[in-house]
Ligand binder design. Structure first.
Ligand SMILES: Nc1nc2c(ncn2[C@@H]2O[C@H](COP(=O)(O)OP(=O)(O)OP(=O)(O)O)[C@@H](O)[C@H]2O)c(=O)[nH]1
Ligand SMILES: [Ca+2]
Ligand SMILES: [Mg+2]
Length: 729
């Protein structure tokens, strides 16, 4: 920082040469020793020193000038009041600019010093001057050149003093020479020259004064400027200081806030650390626990592994055993299957031979009838001969002739007669039941004599109805057993009555062929004439099917249609039971159907029930023109179920579809019933043959497939197969 001291001090130095008085003072201050020897007295020198010391005392800051303020500071050191000090300052400040330069100070100080301390010196000066003036005027009158020179010198000095030119003129020598020359040469011009000098000096003095004034103004201005700068500097200093303080304050505050924040953070971190420590401890505890657990688990694991190995070995052993057992089972199943098939075939063969036997017997029967007729004719002839000879009563003979007439009774409607004869028949059946045998009627041989159908002919017709062929319940094994037994019971009249049976029933019987095909002369149903006999291929399997339904719904008619493809109106009611065998082709395999035709009449129900044994399928028939027959279907269903359970497929048939105008059972009812009980359903007509084959083929296919799946299941899994549901047709 540049202080204004140097400038202020140096400036007066630059003007040192111009102000003679002050310049002297200054140079005195600078080189006091030099001046001391040249001009100044020792008293003056001491005074200057004092002044210099005093100046320095006042100018404590070393500015190079003294301000009013500096002076006032002396108040404490000097025995002077503030006003007195002010007066001193005003007195010293010659130019009144408010500053005391060293020159001003020294000049003022010396003046003050001399006037105050040595007042006699001034008077002495004045005296010296007066003496000098006298000396000059005195010297003018003297002619002595040395005196004259001295006089002139004195005069010139006096002039100079008078003019005050010492301070103005730098070199007086020229002026002095010129003045001396004039005085010598042109004394009259001397006064003019003096005037001229006076004017010049005064002008110079004026110029000098002006210059001084200008200098003073300049100095004042500089001082003001300096002061202002000083002021500004101080202000600036102040401002910087305050700014610095503020900054420091702010900084401190910020620092404090930051440190507080950091402390908080530190605290939080410490807490967190503590938490983490605790957590770590906890985890360590858990770790140890887990470690222990792990050991335990390991031990357990090993144990389990061992157990597992043991179990695996056991499993393997069991699997091997199971496999063996399965293989054995398979072998057994195959054997069983083979046996079953053999058995079936045997059954079929037996059935077939039975049929052949039946047809042979029928032929025998026909032959016998023929013989009987022949004999009767012979007898009639002999009777007529006797009659002609004796000519006795006629009437009783006619009656007998009518009952046992040789005319073959035509089938009218034996049902009516049958019903009226129930009592007698029951007697017969009762007897048979006692013999633990059941009746098996090939067909009812209920011929009436001369085909009148009159019930009036009670006695003889009743007898005719007794022609019931009876066989064991399960006739097949018995037949296999040989012909020693005689299971068929015959009424004594049967032979006679059977002669009348012909036409309607035995259309196919070729009468004259006596072919004793069977070892036993067992009479069987006349309808047992089957085309299957001629069937070239042997069937693969055989199914037993039982045919049930109310009386007169058309079971027998249906079977006739199916087996013989013909319809015989006015069929007699079935008595006991009958059966047919028919081989059908189902999906390239021959299936033999053993069809058992039961009697629908109430009294034969208990017989029918026993034929359900080992049945493969059941056909329930109703007459769609008789509502009651449909209502009875439920009873038939329950009796079937009672006998064989619900695993046997059932075909429901609504017969007499040809008689649409008398229909009493809508198709929907039949369908619904079938759906409810899971039955195969068809509406058919034995008369037209509609749906007869289709329905039975459906059943046959179902039975076959059912058996196939059963076989497969038995072989593959060895588990019982589920019953396959039948769908209605
Ligand atoms: N219109 C018509 N009549 C038939 C049909 N089927 C049978 N009939 C007649 O119905 C009557 C009874 O027939 P059967 O075959 O004897 O009846 P069934 O069911 O065997 O009777 P039972 O042996 O007593 O159980 C006979 O007069 C048949 O002609 C048919 O499809 N249409
Ligand atoms: Ca001043
Ligand atoms: Mg019948």
């Amino acid at each position: 920082m540049a202080t204004p001291d140097e400038r202020v001090v140096s400036r007066p130095q630059g003007h040192g040469g111009e102000l003679k008085g002050s310049g002297t003072c200054l140079s005195l201050l600078d080189h006091p020793e030099q001046k001391e020897t040249q001009e100044l007295a020792p008293g003056q020198l001491a005074m200057l020193r004092k002044a210099q010391e005093f100046f320095q005392t006042c100018d404590t800051e070393g500015k190079g000038f003294i301000a009013r303020r500096d002076m006032q500071r002396l108040h404490k050191e000097l025995p002077l009041s503030l006003e007195e000090l002010e007066d001193v300052f005003d007195a010293l400040d010659a130019d009144g600019n408010g500053f005391l330069t060293p020159e001003e100070f020294t000049t003022g100080f010396s003046h003050f010093f001399f006037s105050q301390n040595n007042p006699s010196q001034e008077e002495a000066g004045e005296q010296v001057a007066r003496l000098q003036e006298e000396k000059v005027y005195q010297s003018r009158g003297n002619a002595d050149p040395r005196d004259i020179d001295q006089d002139e010198e004195g005069q010139f000095q006096m002039l100079m003093d008078k003019l005050g030119a010492q301070n103005v003129l730098e070199d007086e020598g020229d002026v002095k020479q010129l003045w001396l020359q004039l005085k010598k040469d042109e004394p009259h011009l001397l006064s003019n020259f003096e005037d001229f000098l006076t004017r010049i000096v005064s002008q110079l003095q004026e110029a000098h004064k002006e210059k001084n004034e200008l200098e003073c103004a300049l100095k004042k201005k500089i001082a003001a400027y300096d002061e202002e700068i000083q002021h500004l500097y101080e202000e600036m200093e102040q401002q910087i200081k305050s700014e610095r303080e503020q900054f420091l304050l702010k900084d401190t505050e910020r620092f404090q806030a930051r440190s507080q924040e950091l402390e908080k953070k530190l605290f939080a971190k410490e807490q967190e650390l503590e938490r983490l420590n605790q957590k770590q401890k906890r985890l360590e505890g858990q770790c140890t626990a887990l470690h222990n657990d792990k050991h335990e688990t390991k031990a357990e694991n090993t144990k389990l592994k061992l157990t597992n190995q043991e179990l695996a070995q056991e499993l393997e052993r069991t699997a091997r055993e199971l496999q063996d057992a399965q293989q054995q089972l398979e072998i057994l199943q195959q054997e069983a299957c083979k046996l079953q098939q053999e058995k079936e075939m045997e059954v079929y063969r037996v059935t077939e031979s039975l049929q052949r036997e039946k047809s042979g017997l029928l032929k025998q029967l026909d032959f016998l009838r023929e013989r009987n007729k022949h004999l009767r004719d012979e007898r009639d002839i002999s009777f007529q001969k006797e009659k002609a000879a004796k000519a006795n009563t006629v009437a009783p003979k006619v009656n007998w002739k009518q009952r046992s007439g040789s005319v073959i009774g035509k089938y009218v409607d034996g049902r009516e007669i049958l019903r009226s004869q129930s009592e007698e028949e029951e007697d017969v059946f009762g007897l048979q039941r006692r013999k633990s045998s059941l009746s098996l009627s090939g067909y009812s041989l209920t011929e009436e004599e001369s085909g009148t159908g009159e019930t009036a002919a009670g006695g003889p017709t009743r007898r005719a109805l007794r022609r019931i062929i009876s066989i064991e319940e399960d006739p097949l094994p018995q037949l296999l057993g040989g012909g020693s037994e005689q299971p068929l019971s015959k009424c004594p009249e049967e032979e006679e009555d059977s002669e009348q049976a012909e036409e309607g029933q035995i259309q196919q019987a070729t009468p004259l062929e006596l072919t004793p095909t069977t070892p036993r002369g067992q009479p069987v149903g006349k309808e047992a004439l089957y085309k299957e006999e001629s069937s070239p291929s042997t069937p693969d399997r055989l199914f037993k099917i039982v045919f049930v339904g109310n009386s007169a719904v058309g079971k027998t008619s249906f079977l006739r249609r199916f087996c013989e493809e013909r319809f015989s109106p006015g069929m007699a009611a079935t008595v006991g039971i009958d059966y047919h065998v028919k081989t059908v082709n189902v999906d390239d395999s021959q299936v033999a159907l053993q069809l058992w035709d039961t009697a629908g009449q109430e009294r034969y129900r208990c017989i029918t029930q026993q034929f359900f044994r080992k049945v493969d399928g059941v056909i329930i028939m109703y007459d769609l023109t008789v509502k009651q027959s449909f209502l009875s279907v439920r009873q038939w269903l329950s009796s079937v179920e009672e006998a064989v359970g619900d695993h046997v497929p059932i075909l429901l048939l609504g017969n007499k579809l040809d008689n649409e105008k008398e229909r009493e059972v809508p198709r929907g009812l039949g369908e619904q019933l079938a759906k409810e009980n899971n039955l195969i359903f068809y509406e058919c007509s034995a008369y037209s043959g509609h749906n007869t084959k289709e329905s039975l083929l459906h059943l046959a296919r179902f039975l076959k497939e059912h058996e196939d799946t059963l076989r497969k299941d038995t072989i593959q899994v060895g588990r019982p197969a589920k019953k396959k549901s039948c769908c209605s047709g």
